[in-house]
Design a protein around this ligand. Structure first.
Ligand SMILES: *Cc1c(COP(=O)(O)O)cnc(C)c1O
Length: 356
Protein backbone atom coordinates (compact mmCIF):
# COMPACT_ATOMS: atom_id res chain seq x y z
CA UNK A 1 0.00 0.00 0.00
CA UNK A 2 1.36 3.44 -0.85
CA UNK A 3 1.25 6.44 1.45
CA UNK A 4 -0.98 8.12 -1.10
CA UNK A 5 -4.06 5.93 -0.75
CA UNK A 6 -6.96 7.79 0.85
CA UNK A 7 -7.23 6.75 4.51
CA UNK A 8 -10.85 5.73 4.02
CA UNK A 9 -9.76 3.18 1.41
CA UNK A 10 -6.90 1.69 3.36
CA UNK A 11 -9.24 -0.63 5.22
CA UNK A 12 -10.92 -2.01 2.08
CA UNK A 13 -11.06 -5.76 1.74
CA UNK A 14 -11.72 -6.38 -1.94
CA UNK A 15 -14.09 -9.10 -3.05
CA UNK A 16 -12.32 -12.39 -3.69
CA UNK A 17 -13.73 -13.89 -6.90
CA UNK A 18 -13.77 -17.65 -7.38
CA UNK A 19 -10.65 -19.11 -8.92
CA UNK A 20 -10.49 -18.50 -12.67
CA UNK A 21 -7.69 -20.70 -14.02
CA UNK A 22 -7.03 -19.40 -17.52
CA UNK A 23 -5.86 -22.75 -18.84
CA UNK A 24 -8.28 -25.55 -19.62
CA UNK A 25 -8.10 -28.73 -17.61
CA UNK A 26 -10.24 -28.22 -14.55
CA UNK A 27 -13.89 -29.17 -14.48
CA UNK A 28 -15.05 -25.76 -13.42
CA UNK A 29 -18.01 -25.84 -11.06
CA UNK A 30 -17.00 -22.90 -8.89
CA UNK A 31 -18.44 -19.66 -10.23
CA UNK A 32 -21.93 -20.55 -11.44
CA UNK A 33 -21.25 -19.84 -15.08
CA UNK A 34 -23.27 -21.62 -17.73
CA UNK A 35 -21.52 -24.71 -19.11
CA UNK A 36 -23.08 -23.92 -22.48
CA UNK A 37 -21.74 -21.44 -25.05
CA UNK A 38 -23.70 -18.27 -25.84
CA UNK A 39 -26.65 -18.55 -28.21
CA UNK A 40 -25.58 -19.27 -31.82
CA UNK A 41 -27.29 -15.97 -32.70
CA UNK A 42 -24.76 -14.19 -30.50
CA UNK A 43 -21.92 -15.85 -32.40
CA UNK A 44 -23.45 -14.83 -35.73
CA UNK A 45 -23.88 -11.22 -34.65
CA UNK A 46 -20.27 -10.69 -33.59
CA UNK A 47 -18.64 -10.73 -37.00
CA UNK A 48 -15.63 -8.91 -38.52
CA UNK A 49 -17.79 -5.99 -39.46
CA UNK A 50 -18.79 -5.41 -35.86
CA UNK A 51 -15.24 -5.81 -34.61
CA UNK A 52 -14.05 -3.33 -37.26
CA UNK A 53 -16.27 -0.67 -35.69
CA UNK A 54 -14.49 -0.78 -32.35
CA UNK A 55 -12.81 2.50 -33.26
CA UNK A 56 -16.16 4.14 -32.55
CA UNK A 57 -17.67 4.62 -29.10
CA UNK A 58 -20.68 2.54 -28.13
CA UNK A 59 -24.17 4.06 -27.85
CA UNK A 60 -24.11 5.95 -24.52
CA UNK A 61 -27.88 5.59 -24.12
CA UNK A 62 -27.62 1.78 -24.17
CA UNK A 63 -31.01 2.01 -25.85
CA UNK A 64 -30.82 -0.97 -28.24
CA UNK A 65 -30.18 -3.33 -25.34
CA UNK A 66 -32.72 -1.64 -23.08
CA UNK A 67 -35.29 -2.06 -25.84
CA UNK A 68 -34.59 -5.80 -26.17
CA UNK A 69 -34.88 -6.31 -22.42
CA UNK A 70 -38.01 -4.18 -22.12
CA UNK A 71 -39.67 -6.11 -24.95
CA UNK A 72 -38.87 -9.43 -23.36
CA UNK A 73 -40.49 -8.49 -20.06
CA UNK A 74 -43.27 -6.31 -21.46
CA UNK A 75 -41.94 -3.22 -19.68
CA UNK A 76 -41.19 0.31 -20.85
CA UNK A 77 -37.61 1.11 -21.88
CA UNK A 78 -37.64 3.72 -19.13
CA UNK A 79 -37.97 0.88 -16.62
CA UNK A 80 -34.69 -0.74 -17.65
CA UNK A 81 -31.12 0.06 -16.66
CA UNK A 82 -28.10 -1.79 -18.02
CA UNK A 83 -24.70 -2.19 -16.43
CA UNK A 84 -21.29 -3.70 -16.98
CA UNK A 85 -22.21 -6.88 -15.16
CA UNK A 86 -24.78 -6.83 -12.41
CA UNK A 87 -21.88 -6.09 -10.08
CA UNK A 88 -21.81 -2.62 -11.62
CA UNK A 89 -25.58 -2.28 -11.24
CA UNK A 90 -25.21 -3.27 -7.58
CA UNK A 91 -22.37 -0.79 -7.08
CA UNK A 92 -24.42 2.04 -8.58
CA UNK A 93 -27.38 1.02 -6.41
CA UNK A 94 -25.35 1.14 -3.19
CA UNK A 95 -23.98 4.51 -4.27
CA UNK A 96 -27.43 5.83 -5.16
CA UNK A 97 -29.56 4.52 -2.32
CA UNK A 98 -27.39 4.32 0.80
CA UNK A 99 -24.64 6.25 2.59
CA UNK A 100 -23.27 6.93 6.09
CA UNK A 101 -26.67 8.07 7.33
CA UNK A 102 -28.69 5.56 5.31
CA UNK A 103 -27.66 1.99 6.16
CA UNK A 104 -28.47 -1.13 4.18
CA UNK A 105 -30.01 -4.24 5.73
CA UNK A 106 -28.95 -7.60 4.30
CA UNK A 107 -28.68 -11.23 5.34
CA UNK A 108 -25.55 -12.16 7.24
CA UNK A 109 -24.98 -14.92 4.68
CA UNK A 110 -25.49 -13.76 1.11
CA UNK A 111 -23.56 -12.60 -1.94
CA UNK A 112 -20.10 -11.68 -0.67
CA UNK A 113 -19.92 -8.50 -2.71
CA UNK A 114 -22.63 -6.64 -0.76
CA UNK A 115 -20.47 -5.94 2.32
CA UNK A 116 -17.58 -4.98 0.04
CA UNK A 117 -19.69 -2.35 -1.73
CA UNK A 118 -20.98 -1.18 1.64
CA UNK A 119 -17.43 -0.56 2.82
CA UNK A 120 -16.36 1.12 -0.41
CA UNK A 121 -19.29 3.53 -0.28
CA UNK A 122 -19.20 4.00 3.49
CA UNK A 123 -22.59 2.44 3.97
CA UNK A 124 -23.25 0.89 7.34
CA UNK A 125 -24.43 -2.70 6.79
CA UNK A 126 -27.06 -4.18 9.10
CA UNK A 127 -26.61 -7.93 9.01
CA UNK A 128 -29.55 -10.15 9.88
CA UNK A 129 -28.61 -13.77 10.65
CA UNK A 130 -30.31 -16.48 8.62
CA UNK A 131 -32.36 -19.17 10.36
CA UNK A 132 -30.49 -22.35 11.29
CA UNK A 133 -31.76 -24.05 8.12
CA UNK A 134 -30.33 -21.14 6.06
CA UNK A 135 -33.76 -19.74 5.19
CA UNK A 136 -34.29 -15.96 5.32
CA UNK A 137 -36.18 -14.80 8.45
CA UNK A 138 -38.74 -12.81 6.48
CA UNK A 139 -40.34 -11.00 9.43
CA UNK A 140 -36.97 -9.58 10.45
CA UNK A 141 -36.72 -7.83 7.08
CA UNK A 142 -40.13 -6.20 7.41
CA UNK A 143 -40.28 -2.53 8.29
CA UNK A 144 -36.56 -2.23 8.96
CA UNK A 145 -36.39 1.46 8.09
CA UNK A 146 -33.33 1.18 5.84
CA UNK A 147 -32.48 0.21 2.30
CA UNK A 148 -32.82 -3.57 1.96
CA UNK A 149 -30.59 -5.80 -0.17
CA UNK A 150 -31.61 -9.41 -0.72
CA UNK A 151 -30.59 -12.06 -3.21
CA UNK A 152 -33.49 -14.26 -4.29
CA UNK A 153 -32.67 -17.11 -4.62
CA UNK A 154 -29.99 -16.46 -2.04
CA UNK A 155 -26.32 -17.31 -2.53
CA UNK A 156 -24.56 -19.51 -1.60
CA UNK A 157 -27.52 -21.22 0.08
CA UNK A 158 -29.54 -21.66 -3.19
CA UNK A 159 -32.81 -21.19 -1.28
CA UNK A 160 -35.59 -19.07 -2.82
CA UNK A 161 -38.17 -16.81 -1.21
CA UNK A 162 -41.80 -16.93 -2.33
CA UNK A 163 -43.33 -13.95 -4.08
CA UNK A 164 -45.61 -13.55 -1.10
CA UNK A 165 -42.65 -13.20 1.27
CA UNK A 166 -40.88 -10.77 -1.05
CA UNK A 167 -44.05 -8.68 -1.17
CA UNK A 168 -44.18 -8.58 2.63
CA UNK A 169 -40.69 -7.14 2.68
CA UNK A 170 -41.28 -4.67 -0.17
CA UNK A 171 -44.64 -3.46 1.12
CA UNK A 172 -43.44 -3.00 4.71
CA UNK A 173 -40.48 -0.88 3.58
CA UNK A 174 -42.20 1.56 1.25
CA UNK A 175 -40.08 4.47 2.45
CA UNK A 176 -36.90 2.69 1.32
CA UNK A 177 -35.48 0.95 -1.70
CA UNK A 178 -35.76 -2.82 -1.57
CA UNK A 179 -33.21 -4.32 -3.96
CA UNK A 180 -33.91 -7.91 -4.98
CA UNK A 181 -30.91 -9.47 -6.73
CA UNK A 182 -32.41 -12.09 -9.04
CA UNK A 183 -29.15 -13.42 -10.48
CA UNK A 184 -30.47 -17.00 -10.17
CA UNK A 185 -34.19 -16.53 -10.55
CA UNK A 186 -34.40 -18.19 -13.98
CA UNK A 187 -33.61 -21.57 -12.45
CA UNK A 188 -36.96 -21.94 -10.61
CA UNK A 189 -37.00 -18.86 -8.41
CA UNK A 190 -40.08 -16.65 -8.05
CA UNK A 191 -39.51 -13.26 -9.63
CA UNK A 192 -40.68 -10.01 -8.05
CA UNK A 193 -41.62 -8.66 -11.51
CA UNK A 194 -45.39 -8.74 -10.81
CA UNK A 195 -44.79 -6.29 -7.94
CA UNK A 196 -43.16 -3.60 -10.08
CA UNK A 197 -46.47 -1.94 -10.96
CA UNK A 198 -47.47 -1.40 -7.38
CA UNK A 199 -44.16 -0.65 -5.64
CA UNK A 200 -41.98 2.25 -6.80
CA UNK A 201 -39.42 1.29 -4.10
CA UNK A 202 -38.69 -2.10 -5.70
CA UNK A 203 -35.45 -2.52 -7.62
CA UNK A 204 -34.88 -5.86 -9.36
CA UNK A 205 -31.31 -6.63 -10.41
CA UNK A 206 -30.52 -9.32 -13.00
CA UNK A 207 -27.50 -10.63 -14.85
CA UNK A 208 -26.62 -12.17 -18.22
CA UNK A 209 -23.83 -14.14 -16.51
CA UNK A 210 -25.74 -17.16 -15.30
CA UNK A 211 -28.86 -18.01 -17.30
CA UNK A 212 -27.91 -16.13 -20.50
CA UNK A 213 -24.51 -17.78 -20.93
CA UNK A 214 -22.58 -14.49 -21.10
CA UNK A 215 -20.48 -14.16 -17.95
CA UNK A 216 -17.51 -12.98 -20.01
CA UNK A 217 -19.48 -10.24 -21.74
CA UNK A 218 -20.14 -8.48 -18.42
CA UNK A 219 -23.80 -7.53 -18.69
CA UNK A 220 -26.36 -6.94 -15.98
CA UNK A 221 -29.55 -4.94 -15.71
CA UNK A 222 -32.09 -3.49 -13.34
CA UNK A 223 -35.87 -3.40 -13.68
CA UNK A 224 -37.82 -0.84 -11.65
CA UNK A 225 -40.12 2.14 -11.82
CA UNK A 226 -38.94 5.04 -13.97
CA UNK A 227 -37.86 7.17 -11.01
CA UNK A 228 -35.38 4.62 -9.62
CA UNK A 229 -34.04 3.96 -13.12
CA UNK A 230 -33.49 7.71 -13.59
CA UNK A 231 -31.53 7.78 -10.33
CA UNK A 232 -29.27 4.98 -11.57
CA UNK A 233 -28.82 6.78 -14.91
CA UNK A 234 -27.73 9.87 -12.99
CA UNK A 235 -24.99 7.84 -11.29
CA UNK A 236 -23.96 6.06 -14.49
CA UNK A 237 -23.76 9.35 -16.40
CA UNK A 238 -21.50 10.72 -13.68
CA UNK A 239 -19.26 7.69 -13.74
CA UNK A 240 -19.11 5.97 -17.13
CA UNK A 241 -21.56 6.84 -19.91
CA UNK A 242 -20.06 4.19 -22.23
CA UNK A 243 -20.36 1.41 -19.68
CA UNK A 244 -21.50 -1.21 -22.23
CA UNK A 245 -19.05 -1.95 -25.02
CA UNK A 246 -20.23 -2.40 -28.61
CA UNK A 247 -19.71 -6.16 -28.77
CA UNK A 248 -21.41 -6.92 -25.46
CA UNK A 249 -24.33 -4.72 -26.42
CA UNK A 250 -24.90 -6.84 -29.55
CA UNK A 251 -24.36 -10.07 -27.63
CA UNK A 252 -26.91 -9.05 -25.01
CA UNK A 253 -29.55 -8.16 -27.59
CA UNK A 254 -29.23 -11.50 -29.37
CA UNK A 255 -29.16 -13.48 -26.11
CA UNK A 256 -32.35 -11.74 -24.96
CA UNK A 257 -34.14 -12.46 -28.23
CA UNK A 258 -33.21 -16.14 -28.44
CA UNK A 259 -35.76 -17.37 -25.94
CA UNK A 260 -35.71 -20.93 -27.35
CA UNK A 261 -32.03 -21.39 -26.67
CA UNK A 262 -32.42 -19.76 -23.28
CA UNK A 263 -35.22 -22.15 -22.35
CA UNK A 264 -33.29 -25.20 -23.55
CA UNK A 265 -30.16 -24.35 -21.55
CA UNK A 266 -32.20 -23.59 -18.49
CA UNK A 267 -34.08 -26.90 -18.73
CA UNK A 268 -30.79 -28.80 -19.03
CA UNK A 269 -29.43 -27.12 -15.91
CA UNK A 270 -32.54 -27.83 -13.86
CA UNK A 271 -32.49 -31.46 -15.03
CA UNK A 272 -28.82 -31.89 -14.12
CA UNK A 273 -29.46 -30.22 -10.80
CA UNK A 274 -32.23 -32.66 -9.91
CA UNK A 275 -30.19 -35.69 -10.94
CA UNK A 276 -27.04 -34.55 -9.15
CA UNK A 277 -28.95 -33.72 -5.97
CA UNK A 278 -30.51 -37.19 -5.94
CA UNK A 279 -27.13 -38.87 -6.34
CA UNK A 280 -25.53 -36.78 -3.61
CA UNK A 281 -28.35 -37.56 -1.21
CA UNK A 282 -27.81 -41.25 -1.84
CA UNK A 283 -24.16 -40.72 -0.91
CA UNK A 284 -25.12 -39.19 2.42
CA UNK A 285 -24.79 -35.50 1.58
CA UNK A 286 -27.04 -32.88 3.15
CA UNK A 287 -28.44 -30.36 0.69
CA UNK A 288 -30.57 -27.27 0.84
CA UNK A 289 -33.48 -27.07 -1.61
CA UNK A 290 -31.98 -25.36 -4.64
CA UNK A 291 -33.81 -22.90 -6.87
CA UNK A 292 -30.54 -21.90 -8.52
CA UNK A 293 -27.91 -23.26 -10.92
CA UNK A 294 -25.84 -24.58 -8.03
CA UNK A 295 -26.13 -26.87 -5.04
CA UNK A 296 -25.13 -25.99 -1.50
CA UNK A 297 -23.97 -29.28 -0.01
CA UNK A 298 -22.54 -30.71 3.19
CA UNK A 299 -20.48 -33.84 2.54
CA UNK A 300 -20.50 -36.81 4.93
CA UNK A 301 -17.24 -37.76 6.69
CA UNK A 302 -15.20 -34.69 5.78
CA UNK A 303 -15.38 -30.93 6.16
CA UNK A 304 -16.20 -28.59 3.30
CA UNK A 305 -12.59 -27.47 3.14
CA UNK A 306 -11.21 -31.02 2.90
CA UNK A 307 -13.77 -31.99 0.28
CA UNK A 308 -12.97 -28.89 -1.77
CA UNK A 309 -9.23 -29.64 -1.57
CA UNK A 310 -9.58 -33.29 -2.55
CA UNK A 311 -11.86 -32.44 -5.46
CA UNK A 312 -9.34 -29.87 -6.65
CA UNK A 313 -6.55 -32.43 -6.55
CA UNK A 314 -8.73 -34.57 -8.82
CA UNK A 315 -9.30 -31.71 -11.25
CA UNK A 316 -12.73 -30.51 -10.11
CA UNK A 317 -13.13 -26.95 -8.85
CA UNK A 318 -15.99 -26.07 -6.51
CA UNK A 319 -16.42 -23.07 -4.21
CA UNK A 320 -15.53 -23.21 -0.56
CA UNK A 321 -16.25 -20.39 1.89
CA UNK A 322 -13.91 -20.35 4.86
CA UNK A 323 -16.27 -18.76 7.38
CA UNK A 324 -17.64 -20.24 10.60
CA UNK A 325 -21.17 -20.91 9.40
CA UNK A 326 -20.24 -22.19 5.94
CA UNK A 327 -17.19 -24.30 6.71
CA UNK A 328 -19.00 -27.65 6.52
CA UNK A 329 -20.39 -26.87 3.06
CA UNK A 330 -19.30 -26.30 -0.48
CA UNK A 331 -21.16 -24.74 -3.39
CA UNK A 332 -21.25 -26.77 -6.59
CA UNK A 333 -22.27 -25.09 -9.85
CA UNK A 334 -24.40 -27.20 -12.16
CA UNK A 335 -22.44 -28.03 -15.28
CA UNK A 336 -23.11 -30.20 -18.31
CA UNK A 337 -24.19 -33.82 -18.00
CA UNK A 338 -20.62 -34.98 -18.55
CA UNK A 339 -19.20 -32.52 -16.02
CA UNK A 340 -21.65 -33.67 -13.37
CA UNK A 341 -20.85 -37.29 -14.15
CA UNK A 342 -17.16 -36.55 -13.56
CA UNK A 343 -17.95 -34.62 -10.40
CA UNK A 344 -19.95 -37.54 -8.98
CA UNK A 345 -17.25 -40.02 -10.01
CA UNK A 346 -14.56 -38.05 -8.17
CA UNK A 347 -16.85 -37.59 -5.20
CA UNK A 348 -17.40 -41.35 -4.91
CA UNK A 349 -13.62 -41.88 -5.12
CA UNK A 350 -13.06 -39.38 -2.31
CA UNK A 351 -15.64 -41.00 -0.04
CA UNK A 352 -14.04 -44.41 -0.63
CA UNK A 353 -10.59 -43.03 0.14
CA UNK A 354 -11.83 -41.41 3.35
CA UNK A 355 -13.59 -44.57 4.47
CA UNK A 356 -10.60 -46.88 3.90
C1 LIG B 1 -23.00 -13.89 -9.97
C2 LIG B 1 -23.74 -12.93 -9.13
C3 LIG B 1 -23.74 -11.56 -9.42
C4 LIG B 1 -22.77 -10.94 -10.37
O1 LIG B 1 -23.04 -11.13 -11.65
P1 LIG B 1 -22.29 -10.34 -12.80
O2 LIG B 1 -23.42 -9.89 -13.65
O3 LIG B 1 -21.43 -11.34 -13.46
O4 LIG B 1 -21.53 -9.18 -12.23
C5 LIG B 1 -24.58 -10.74 -8.70
N1 LIG B 1 -25.33 -11.21 -7.69
C6 LIG B 1 -25.32 -12.50 -7.35
C7 LIG B 1 -26.15 -12.98 -6.22
C8 LIG B 1 -24.50 -13.39 -8.06
O5 LIG B 1 -24.44 -14.67 -7.68
Amino acid sequence: MSDFLRPALQALEPYIPGEQPQTKGYIKLNTNESPFPPSPKVLDALDREQVSQLNLYSDPTNMPLKRAIAEYYGLKREQVFVGNGSDEVLAFSFLAFADEEHPATMPEISYGFYPVFAKLFQVKPHFIPLNDDFTVPVEKFCGVGTTVVLANPNAPTAIGLSLEDVEKIVSSNREHVVLIDEAYVDFDGETALPLLKEYPNLLIVRTFSKSRNLAGARLGYALAGEALINDLERVRGSFHPYNINRLSMLAGIEAMKDSDYFARCRRQIVLQRTETAEELEKLGFQLTRSSANFLFVKPPLLSGGEYYQRLKEKGVLVRYFDSPKLREYVRVSIGSKEQMRQFLLKTREILLEVRS
